[in-house]
Design a binder for this molecule. Structure first.
Ligand code: HEC
Ligand code: HEC
Length: 304
């Protein structure tokens, strides 16, 4: 160290054997103009070459709506579709079997492989397509008209064939002419306020809830005249019309006096989309998928 550290760089003296400097000096530390190490330089050149080769072979430079494709034609999207296709091919046989089989013959004892395939596949389909309305556990959304599929209370029938029909065609939708259809009358302008109060109390009593009994007994004839055609004299409902059983504690839209009055005055119109591509253009699932999800729903505990 000499005392030249405070001098202007150009006046500083190089030590014996020092290489040239770049002219940069700070606090007496000089930046020597050493060549880069060989190994570093070659690595650098190699990465440049690799970079160029890569951008020629593989998708690389972003363009407006996609990237340059690269001459190898590599595509992650295609890899995924190939994997999916392979997976589909693996399942082709069992799917074909599922489409052929008589639904009521599928059970864990006689057809365990088919049954497990349907239950697992059906659960995945349910989570994707059905849970928004029926809830992820299939318990429905109480009082919003999305029925619970776990109980054995069925609007349109709970056999595997009934469920298959409902899932294929849906309910009250305009996309499938074979959809289940029925429409409860709105009684707001047909019955007087008194008559509505009477029939509401009659329904409350039918379902075993607290009711004003004098109103309820006056409501009986109103019920038989207006409601029994669909809900039956007993109030047990009619699965052909999708008319709910009014005698149990299971409610689609709610069993409070207010909810029942709302239903009676304005009626309801629960809509479920059709799913089967075979049955309608709007359908989104293949026949094998519709069958799988139907078997799954039937297995949930409420199937008849
Ligand atoms: C957009 C909402 C919605 C979606 C999505 C939906 N459902 Fe439904 N589902 C309903 C409604 C609403 C009803 C009841 C209609 C009525 O009042 O009769 C219903 C009724 C049903 C019924 C008849 C229940 C009974 O008691 O008879 C079954 C079975 C069913 N859905 C299965 C499914 C399956 C399986 C899927 C998926 C593939 C699905 N639903 C997707 C709204 C939906
Ligand atoms: C034309 C057939 C029809 C007639 C007549 C009819 N209903 Fe209904 N009712 C239905 C259908 C179908 C539903 C289900 C509506 C839906 O799911 O959107 C229903 C639903 C209901 C519900 C809701 C049940 C629940 O679980 O939330 C009540 C309550 C009810 N009806 C009471 C009555 C009363 C009281 C009358 C007579 C004043 C009557 N209905 C007349 C067909 C009918």
């Amino acid at each position: 160290m000499t005392d030249d550290q405070n001098k202007h760089p150009e006046e500083q003296v190089l030590m014996e054997g020092d290489p040239d400097t770049t002219g940069h000096v700070w606090d007496g530390i000089k930046e020597f103009n050493n060549p880069l190490p060989r190994w570093w330089l070659w690595t650098f050149y190699a990465t440049c070459v690799w970079g160029i080769v890569y951008t020629v072979l593989y998708p690389a430079w972003p363009l407006l709506d996609r990237a340059t494709p690269g001459i190898l034609g590599f595509s992650t999207r295609e890899n995924v579709s190939r994997d999916i296709a392979e997976f589909d091919a693996m399942n082709t046989d069992i799917r074909a079997q599922l489409v052929e089989v008589t639904l009521s013959d599928v059970n864990p004892t006689d057809t365990p492989e088919l049954y497990n395939y349907a239950i697992n596949g059906g659960a995945a389909i349910f989570a994707t397509w059905c849970s928004q309305c029926h809830g992820s556990g299939a318990a429905g959304v109480q009082a919003s008209g999305y029925p619970n599929l776990l109980d054995d209370d069925w609007l349109w029938g709970g056999t595997i064939d009934d469920i298959h029909y409902t899932v294929s065609h849906g309910i009250r939708n305009e996309d499938d002419l074979d959809a289940h259809y029925s429409e409860m009358t709105a009684y707001d302008e047909i019955l007087s306020d008194d008559e509505i109060a009477q029939v509401v109390n009659y329904v409350l009593n039918l379902s075993g809830q607290a009711a004003d009994m004098s109103l309820a007994s006056a409501g009986e004839s109103i019920f038989l005249d207006n409601c029994a055609a669909c809900h039956q004299d007993s109030g047990m409902g009619d699965q052909f019309l999708g008319a709910p059983n009014l005698t149990d504690a299971i409610w689609l839209y709610g069993g409070t006096p207010e909810a029942i009055e709302e239903t009676v005055r304005y009626s309801r119109f629960g809509v479920m989309p059709p799913w089967s591509a075979e049955a309608s253009d709007a359908g989104r699932l293949s026949e094998a998928e519709v069958r799988a999800v139907s078997i799954y729903v039937h297995s949930l505990g409420g199937g008849q």
